[in-house]
Ligand binder design. Structure first.
Ligand code: BGC
Length: 811
């Protein structure tokens, strides 16, 4: 095998056992189904309606039974061979003699959905049909057990809306390609798709008045309204199956029938109303900025800390029921060498095998710094425990990992601090876990780490305190650095493609392309030439070319990097993610569609996530991709963010650990992972120009923290910056972020790429520490800056070396 063979020649070499392709293989589809079932969260199970008893007769309602949404839209969508709906899954169970279905109802929905699909409707963006009375009456005569399926779709480039004013703003600034989905969603859900539509409400009430056992399945990308079922006694059971990928419907059926016992836990707080989330009232305030007024109090940090907010929670963070029950006992804590460690025994006290997630939360002493009442510090999922079986779990963390950041100087400005006092710990199965009684006392304040003063806000005028009052903040004028090249118009930045450059005197034989007149990168790979020497010999054109995206080859549609053929630098292709290797439908190659990120994280099973990463990475490699643009790991700040399905959680620790697991799995194949979008891409509306106005404390404790944790636990080859600005500076041009924090503090060694077609100026991005401009660089503009002395050759070389170092990782 010659070096970089896959990238040079794009061979179709299968990577499975016995020469079989792994892409979309049965083995991967099985893993996808398993993953989809492990993350489902049982929210309610009164009267034990679930699992359906053997031979139960089931009447299925809601077009969601046939209209299964496998994942969200945009770059995270996946072309797969088929998508199993819940109806498909249940019909398989019926064939196995597990239950009986009302086929009149199924046919009604099946015909309706087939008709809508044939008219080009997008799954999840289809109106709930009016159900003829006779169908309900017949079903009620057939059985007392009903299943309602509610599905939702959202995607990249647009957010959810919940009122008319917001709707207008969002529509006016949605990405062009996303506009049709947004318009359709607005038409179907005039009050916003967070809530049930009028037709859905009608359906629920009709079903509830005709059946005594009602179960609900939520096929959504994340948090939606839960008050309609929490407060409705007629609805006995609710299972959030989220968006489970191509095998999601089968996984849902496995759970409904009890072949798999739900063991997922919420990765977000499900509040009583959308307005209860502290960021809801200003989420759509402006398309130009987002002010993070709630500061560190996002998700459970808000609901568990701020007085009165506790009562607004329907289902707390970490919550999830099982068909069996568990007892957590013999809890013992100890503190040694700065590490807090707990052990506990988990006993299955019920009648069915099941898994439990033990969660450890830490509370810091009240001091001078603002703190959340609790923070997730460690977690562990048990194996499958038979009834009566128990497992000992061990959880530990370095106490420094729960320190607080002081951006004001209350104790020490720009430092991570553990304040003196008593630290207590809660261990259990959600954020409201009981106190363990074990405490650690620190006599003195401990300065864990001092940092530079970076990323400070200029226009954040207030932020929330833990007692619910506001801290007023000073603001000041801020003038961003203007590029010597001037700025391009936003339209000019949208969509330019890298040029395909013909090679004069091209040989058929790759080995002869480099005739020795210019240095060969292969020599660097073989240790015969240093990277410094190689880069020092590149012309300005070649050097700058390396810092921009390269033309697609093979199956790729999101471009590549490298590509200096004369120098034998291969062109490494990127594949989109995160729910699978995204290959456009016209390439006729189907890949495995995995459960959405929220669902994966809800499994709280890091081994499983690593397995998914490994399998996805292998599919990338088999199809000759070198970089998978995965995982998405922004924080779920508000349920309205249209792209939440691609991200893990409201909690940075859980997000960081899940992302690290995925990265580690992917990179076992010597394929690069690319965690994204660094950072604060928590809103899609106006995402390319929206300024995230946020305190340094909230950045460091929440929005950067997930990336920091991911980097402590994995070593991604690449990181993607986001589109938005942070405190007035595009993230891709943000030296504080990409050099100050990411490289100097966290010691990141890979390269940083922009997100695709940012509004940042290419040479300012390079100067900031963003090495690659995707999808296309601007050689002429960078050269102007070079001539004007606003960027140096050394800066270009540094970026080029980082990209080339990653290319040296490939086989
Ligand atoms: C998205 C990224 C994606 C990239 C390439 C962007 O619009 O934000 O997540 O990887 O496109 O398709």
């Amino acid at each position: 095998m010659t070096r970089w063979q896959r990238f040079r020649f794009l061979p179709g070499i299968p990577l499975g056992k016995n020469g079989i392709r792994v892409t979309g293989s049965e083995e991967h589809r099985r893993l996808s189904r398993q993953a989809a079932s492990q993350g489902a969260v049982l929210l309610k199970n009164d009267r034990s309606v679930l699992p359906f008893s053997q031979g139960a007769r089931i009447a299925t309602f809601g077009k969601g039974i046939c209209d299964y949404v496998k994942g969200g839209g945009g770059s995270g969508d996946v072309t797969c061979e088929y998508v199993k709906s819940v109806a498909d899954g249940l019909l398989e169970k019926e064939k196995e003699g597990r239950l009986c279905l009302d086929h009149d109802l199924l046919s009604f929905y099946d015909e309706y959905i087939k008709d809508r699909y044939s008219k080009g409707r997008q799954p999840g963006l289809i109106e709930e049909p009016e159900l003829p009375d006779e169908l309900i009456n017949k079903a009620a005569a057939y059985t007392d057990t009903a299943l309602i399926v509610i599905s939702r779709y959202s995607g990249e480039g647009w957010d959810r809306v919940s009122n008319g004013d917001d709707m207008k703003k969002v529509v006016d600034s949605a990405d062009i390609y996303a506009l049709k989905f947004l318009m359709r969603s607005v038409e179907l859900f005039p009050d916003g798709d967070y809530y049930l539509s009028g037709n859905e409400k009608k359906l629920v009430s009709r079903v509830c008045s005709s059946f005594s056992n009602v179960a609900v399945l939520l096929n959504t990308g994340g948090v939606t309204d839960s008050s309609w079922f929490k407060n409705n006694d007629r609805i006995a059971s609710v299972l959030a199956v989220f968006q489970g990928g191509m095998e999601g419907g089968s996984a849902a059926a496995d759970l409904l029938c009890g072949d798999v016992n739900p063991s997922g836990k919420l990765t977000d707080t499900w509040a009583s109303a959308l307005s209860d989330y502290p960021s809801s009232s200003t989420f759509h305030e402006s398309v130009d900025y987002v002010k993070y007024y709630e500061d560190i109090f996002t998700g459970y940090r808000y609901f568990e800390t701020i007085p009165e907010a506790k009562g607004c929670v329907n289902y707390p963070f970490g919550f999830g029921l099982s068909y069996t029950s568990f007892d957590i006992r013999d809890i013992k804590g100890k503190y040694e060498n700065g590490v807090v460690a707990f052990e506990a025994e988990v006993l299955n006290t019920g009648d069915l095998p099941g898994r439990e997630v033990v969660q450890l939360y830490a509370s810091q002493p009240k001091g001078l710094l603002e703190k959340s009442a609790r923070v997730l510090a460690a977690f562990k999922k048990t194996g499958l425990l038979k009834p009566g079986e128990s497992e000992k779990v061990f959880l530990s963390f370095d106490i420094k990992d729960i320190s607080s950041y002081d951006d004001k100087g209350s104790v020490r400005k720009n430092a991570w601090i553990l304040e003196s006092g008593v630290y207590s710990f809660c261990l259990g199965t959600d954020v409201r876990a009981p106190e363990t009684g074990f405490t650690v006392e620190l006599r003195d304040n401990l300065i864990v780490k001092e940092t530079e003063d970076l990323l400070a806000p200029h226009s954040l005028d207030r932020r929330l305190r833990s007692d619910g009052t506001w801290e007023e903040l000073p603001t000041e004028e801020f003038t961003p650095h203007e590029p010597v090249t001037g700025r391009m118009e936003p339209d000019e930045c949208e969509g330019p493609m890298p040029e395909v450059r013909p090679l004069s005197g091209m040989y058929m034989d790759w080995s002869k392309i480099n005739t020795g007149d210019v240095p060969s990168f292969e020599k660097v790979a073989e240790g015969e030439l240093s990277l410094d020497e190689f880069v020092g010999n590149l012309s300005d054109n070649d050097l700058i070319s390396l810092l921009g995206g390269q033309p697609n080859t093979g199956l790729a549609d999101v471009f590549g990097f490298g590509n200096l053929p004369r120098h034998m630098v291969p062109n490494i292709m990127c594949a989109d993610g995160p729910a699978g290797i995204r290959i456009q439908p016209d390439r006729s190659v189907c890949t495995t569609s995995w459960p959405c990120a929220t669902l994966l994280a809800s499994s709280w099973d890091l081994k499983l996530i690593r397995d998914v990463g490994r399998a996805g990475g292998l599919e990338a490699k088999e199809n000759n991709f070198g970089l998978w643009l995965t995982p998405g790991m922004n924080i779920h700040r508000n349920p309205l963010c249209g792209r939440n399905f691609e991200y893990y959680s409201e909690d940075p620790f859980l997000s960081g650990m899940c992302a690290a697991a995925l990265v580690n799995g992917i990179q076992e194949n010597r394929i690069g992972a690319c965690p994204k979008h660094f950072a604060c891409n928590n809103k899609e509306t106006g995402r390319k120009s929206s300024d995230s106005v946020i305190s340094e404390k909230a950045l460091r404790e929440i929005y950067l923290r997930s990336f920091e944790i991911m980097l402590k636990n994995s070593d991604p080859w690449v990181i993607m910056s986001s589109y938005n600005l942070i405190n007035g500076v595009h993230t891709s041009e943000n030296h504080d972020l990409l050099t100050g924090v990411l490289r100097n503090e966290w010691k990141f060694k890979g390269f940083v790429t922009t997100d695709w077609w940012t509004l940042g100026e290419h040479y300012l991005e390079i100067k900031a520490g963003c090495d690659l401009k995707m999808a296309c660089g601007y050689t002429d503009r960078v050269k102007i800056a070079l001539l004007k002395g606003d960027i140096t050759s050394e800066e270009l070389e540094t970026a080029a070396k980082r990209i080339l170092s990653v290319i040296l990782n490939y086989e």
